[in-house]
Design a protein around this ligand. Structure first.
Ligand code: FES
Ligand SMILES: [Fe+2]
Length: 416
């Protein structure tokens, strides 16, 4: 859909979208044509998309299946250690080229009619191309080199593999900006190992999750575990870094809170519960990065999250699955040189996040609450005004600045 068509459509489904970053119309989460336009303009547009970890594909021939929005993608390690990525779609009749999540191959053979592809995604052989006994087969005019899956540009930072279809996307480091790149490298500063993974289906539009993870305002209000056990409260130091143009963010909570503060009580907000941990070692955290940052949540527009909550490290990938459904692909990581005690600590702290996580279980339902709440309100607008009207870095988490940043980039890419 070109920009004029998206506009026309936007006007048809809603009452338009006021300029600025503080109002978001609810039809943006409800519309099939918007989802299709997002695929074209964002997921296949000039943005970089997280595919997997380099640690997922350490050796020649190792591959991992991933996604760029709805588009299935293969990332594979080439002969000289380089990483190739291409669409996971056979040039013949469209079957997945790789249907396993991961594996090691010399080449890819499509299961349907055995067309073969090399590790760069080049079509290199066709079963019975010359037919059998002089009968059948492909016409002489068929040129294999003219057929193949779409190939992607790839780039890495801190062991994260990104890809884009767009020849005009800036270099990955320019896309991220120096501040976000430094925040990624702060966590991913040495070789990692995957220590767990799973997929969490969520009953909401993908953008509701993208907003949630940039929404530093909600963390200590929705998540009672955070405030009860003083992992992050507004009274702790920290803030939000928003990249130029708004696309990416990193929020931090610095230092431990020893004394109970009164800011939540003063506002008559729940900030404590009677729950106590039977095993307090769950929160026995170590300052492994040496900077006293207890929590850093980082996003790379549109679909990646890098999480450090104490010593629980994870990468999350947002995969849209329809207007009101998405999958969240979680990969828990540790470092290759973790001690046994540190690995145990990471696995224990993994209980904080994920579908049943002490902290994240609320994030698993809140997007669904919004999706249900707005069912009859396509033309109404949400209010995104905490901390002002712009999308700049701020020395507080009582703000929605990073959410506004998401919409700033989104509107620019969508032409809305
Ligand atoms: S669809 Fe792949 S070989 Fe036919
Ligand atoms: Fe949350």
């Amino acid at each position: 859909m070109d920009s004029a068509a998206v506009h026309q459509h936007a006007e048809a489904v809603g009452s338009g979208w006021p300029p600025g970053l503080t109002r978001v119309p609810y039809w943006i989460y409800q519309d099939q044509a918007i989802l299709r336009a997002e695929q074209q303009r964002i997921f296949e547009g000039p943005a970089w998309h997280y595919l997997c970890l380099e640690a997922d594909i350490p050796n020649h021939g190792d591959y991992r299946a991933s996604f760029m929005g709805a588009m299935p993608v293969i990332a594979v390690r080439g002969e000289a250690g380089e990483i190739h990525a291409f669409e996971n779609r056979c040039a013949h009749r469209g079957a997945l080229i790789a249907f396993e999540d991961a594996g090691t191959v010399k080449e890819f053979t499509c299961a349907y009619h055995a067309w073969r592809y090399d590790l760069r995604g080049n079509l290199c052989s066709i079963a019975f191309q010359r037919g059998v006994g002089g009968k059948g087969g492909m016409p002489d005019s068929f040129r294999m080199q003219e057929h193949g899956p779409r190939k992607l540009r790839t780039a890495t930072i801190g062991g994260l593999v990104f890809a884009t279809l767009a020849a005009d996307a800036p270099e990955l480091l320019d896309y991220l900006g120096a501040e976000i790149a430094a925040r990624i490298r702060r966590v991913l500063h040495k070789p990692v190992e995957v220590i767990g993974r799973f997929i969490q289906p969520l009953p909401n539009n993908w953008k509701l999750y993208a907003e949630n993870v940039k929404d530093t305002y909600h963390a200590s209000l929705l998540h009672l575990f955070f405030t009860t056990f003083r992992i992050t409260r507004f009274s702790q130091a920290g803030g939000v870094t928003v990249s130029r143009g708004g696309a990416h963010h990193a929020s931090t909570t610095i230092g431990r809170l020893e004394a109970q503060d009164s800011v939540y009580k003063d506002e008559a907000l729940r900030s404590d519960s009677e729950f106590r941990l039977h095993d307090p070692s769950l929160l026995d955290a170590v300052d492994e990065f040496g900077d006293n940052i207890q929590l850093q949540i980082l996003t790379v527009f549109p679909s990646m999250v890098l999480q450090q909550i104490h010593n629980c490290l994870a990468v999350r990938q947002i995969v849209p699955r329809g207007v009101a459904a998405m999958d969240l692909h979680w990969t828990y990581i540790g470092f290759a040189d973790d001690t046994k005690a540190m690995r145990r600590r990471r696995l224990k702290q993994a209980n904080l996040v994920g579908p049943a996580g002490y902290v994240s279980m609320e994030d698993g339902c809140i997007g669904g609450f919004v999706q249900r709440g707005i069912a009859a309100a396509s033309e109404a607008l949400s209010v995104v005004e905490m901390g002002g009207a712009t999308a700049e870095s701020q020395p507080t988490r009582a703000t929605e600045t990073a959410v506004r940043g998401f919409w700033q980039t989104y509107r620019a890419l969508m032409g809305l």
